[in-house]
Design a protein around this ligand. Structure first.
Ligand code: FUB
Ligand code: ZN
Length: 678
């Protein structure tokens, strides 16, 4: 197969096997209501949350006329099935599995049967009132769901060559094209939740049909031009509306307050923002439009410089699952939805296609190794929706402002957007390891035709000094890759035990007839990266966090890398009031935390003195094998007993044991903190 990255990393291999063997089958049972689990509401005591069952597959059966019944679940319940199908596609790419393929084909048949004659595809309205389609876009999620289906279809088609699924996707996209656009008689609007834009761009890359690119561009640019669009639709709407009232949300919630080209800050629902940005950055990379890229950059800078948690989580409040304002990063009431961290990784991946800047890979890595990974338990069958940086289980139970902050991962959630999103990210991780610039042999492969000359930056290596084939190594993981370019193929092997070891040997075979420019990322978390090379390559400079090598046609180079790492103390900008006087520990790509099971209760009584020595060791038998950090810290003790007193609490020595954040909450219910008083 062309353009394949086979991941053999012990760390990631375990996760990917977990997804294949546990998560995907488990999710299949949940979608079919046969898992025998209790589904939890994402917020305690919220009666509006449908959590009796998933019913997702049953909804399709009803819409397809195979069974009788009525719709159950959120308006976007279909998307759980689509994301599962997309994860299955990537999983089959990694390892063919006839049983799983059979299930996928059955699901594709079911989806095709549920599709309306005209191409419309949404079980909620097919069951509850097709005459109401496209009439309540603020909350309906119709285009959101179809966007997810299109993504799944493109992925499944790419991996297996299945034409049926792609045709269903094209028919759905054509229906959207028939109904939306600038032409008279069409709806001049868009979905309340961005996603269709990502799907349409992927469909464009897969088919080369310009109408899909144009429609994606229309949705991206039209948004915000009619701030009252959702309200106007809602005013005359009298159909079924599971999300009634959503149109009353502020326009910022939907990123509908100004056109995207005028946005300076990330506003509203965090997942929506990063899905919008992902599509926008794809558009920028695909068309080479500098203004579009600048718009992406404005949003990227605002998110990553002022609104992102140290774990790569985003979304500061449960209220609208939203961003709030610069530097507002509360550790125990935040949202940090798993989907939002996954979406941030999507955004970063597209930004790398626009400009060769390691900053994008750094954020991608931060989000994946920390917030996103924390979204799943080590058993692959329990999931967080919200990923706190500080938890006290008693407060989650009793304090209504923390009812969304769960101390233990549930098996499933009434709103199940996160688990299958994580499944599709982990199964497609191979797409994040490298960014390939150069003409690939087929548009229907993972790396579409992108000429590096089309990359956008004016001040980096990308525009002026590079032509021809360039590959960036973004993520370190033991793997073998092969990219078939027009001028021949390139093979890259990474031999490394990263993230648990600090060495990597990268062998690059340039079997093409052109010189290859190969950039290896110099990770920000390493104090220094030592590189030794053997081969005919020329060592070029370092630019924007990548060390470049020029590898002549028909030659091979071996690059040996050593990341000199130390345990880092991280401090937040003093505008982040919650973190003043506190420190967060990291080592390599991992952010660390203290958990009650290792450190007792009242974690806020613990402190880590400035001069405390931190030691790193690997514990083979803990949490599937993790690097832990220990330090001699302190615990403050209140001897007076009263609520207030004139006696200052005393301090006692306490040994602190930190574990990587992603592994927390796998040993029962307990407290956890990331930011520790220094
Ligand atoms: O609205 C669909 C999904 O449900 C969103 O992306 C999540 O934030 C959750 O609200
Ligand atoms: Zn989610």
């Amino acid at each position: 197969m062309v353009n394949k990255v086979v991941i053999s990393s012990k760390f990631w291999g375990r996760y990917r096997e977990l997804v294949r063997k546990e998560m995907i089958p488990f999710q299949w049972n949940v979608l079919n209501d046969t898992a025998g689990i209790t589904i939890e509401k994402e917020r305690l005591n919220d009666d509006g949350i449908p959590s009796e069952k998933s019913h997702a597959i049953e909804n399709f059966k009803i819409a397809a006329g195979r069974t009788k019944g009525t719709q159950y679940g959120w308006t976007f319940q279909d998307s759980d099935v689509y994301k599962w199908l997309e994860a299955v596609a990537y999983s089959l790419r990694e390892k063919m599995d006839p049983e799983l393929e059979k299930k996928a084909l059955e699901v594709i048949d079911l989806i095709a049967d549920a599709q309306e004659e005209d191409g419309y595809l949404d079980t909620y309205f097919s069951i509850l009132g097709i005459q109401y389609k496209y009439k309540s876009l603020g909350g309906s999620h119709e285009l959101y769901c179809m966007g997810h289906f299109i993504e799944a279809a493109v992925a499944y088609h790419e991996v297996t060559g299945n034409e049926k699924v792609l045709n269903v996707a094209k028919k759905a996209a054509d229906n959207i094209d028939d109904n939306f656009g600038p032409e008279e008689g069409k709806i001049h609007g868009y979905d309340g939740h961005e996603e269709i834009e990502i799907g349409l761009l992927r469909l464009y890359h897969a088919t080369g049909e310009a109408k899909y690119l144009n429609l994606a561009k229309y949705f991206l640019m039209e948004r915000g031009k009619h701030p009252n669009f959702f309200k106007e639709q809602a005013a005359v709407y009298d159909g079924p509306n599971a999300l009634s009232g959503i149109e009353k949300a502020p326009n910022t919630y939907f990123q509908n307050h100004v056109p995207v080209m005028e946005m300076d800050t990330a506003e509203g629902h965090a997942v929506r923002v990063v899905y919008l940005c992902t599509a926008l950055a794809d558009l920028a990379a695909t068309t080479g439009d500098k203004e579009v890229y600048k718009a992406c950059k404005r949003l990227w800078n605002n998110i990553t410089e002022k609104r992102m948690f140290v774990t790569g989580g985003i979304g500061s409040t449960v209220n609208g699952e939203s961003f709030t304002l610069d530097y507002d990063l509360p550790n125990d009431t935040m949202y940090c939805e798993t989907c939002a961290a996954v979406g941030l990784a999507f955004f970063a991946k597209q930004m790398l296609r626009c400009e060769a800047k390691a900053e994008y890979a750094e954020v991608m890595e931060r989000a994946i190794y920390n917030c996103a990974l924390a979204g799943m338990a080590l058993d692959g069958k329990h999931f967080f929706y919200v990923n706190p940086l500080e938890v006290n289980p008693a407060k989650s139970l009793k304090d209504p402002t923390k009812s969304h902050v769960k101390p233990v991962r549930p098996s499933w959630l009434g709103c199940a957007c996160c688990p299958p999103n994580l499944a599709r990210l982990l199964t497609s991780l191979d797409d994040y390891v490298y960014t390939v610039f150069g003409n690939t042999v087929s548009a229907n492969t993972k790396f579409e035709n992108t000429k590096f000359e089309n990359a956008i930056s004016e001040n980096t290596v990308s525009v002026n000094t590079i032509s021809g084939n360039t590959i960036l190594l973004n993520l370190y993981m033991d793997s073998e890759a092969k990219f078939e370019l027009e001028s021949g193929d390139i093979e890259i092997t990474q031999e490394t035990d990263f993230p648990w070891d600090n060495k990597a040997t990268v062998v690059v075979k340039n079997n093409t007839t052109e010189t290859l420019r190969f950039g290896v990322r110099l990770p920000e978390w390493a104090d220094n990266t030592l590189a030794s090379v053997v081969g005919n390559q020329e060592i070029l400079g370092t630019e924007e966090g990548y060390q470049y090598f020029e590898i002549p046609a028909g030659t091979e180079s071996t690059i040996g890398l050593t990341f000199e790492m130390s345990i880092r103390r991280n401090y937040a900008n003093t505008h982040v009031s919650e973190d003043i006087g506190k420190v967060a520990i990291s080592y390599g790509p991992f952010v660390y935390c203290l958990e009650g099971v290792d450190n007792g209760t009242d974690l806020n009584c613990l402190s880590l003195p400035e001069d405390a020595k931190l030691s790193y060791s690997f514990e083979e038998n803990l949490l599937n094998g993790v690097g832990i950090i220990t330090a001699e810290g302190k615990r403050c003790v209140n001897k007076s007993g009263g609520l207030y007193s004139n006696t200052k609490p005393q301090t006692e020595p306490a040994t602190l044991k930190f574990i990587p954040y992603y592994a927390w909450a796998n040993r029962g219910e307990n407290e956890m903190v990331v930011w520790v008083r220094e």
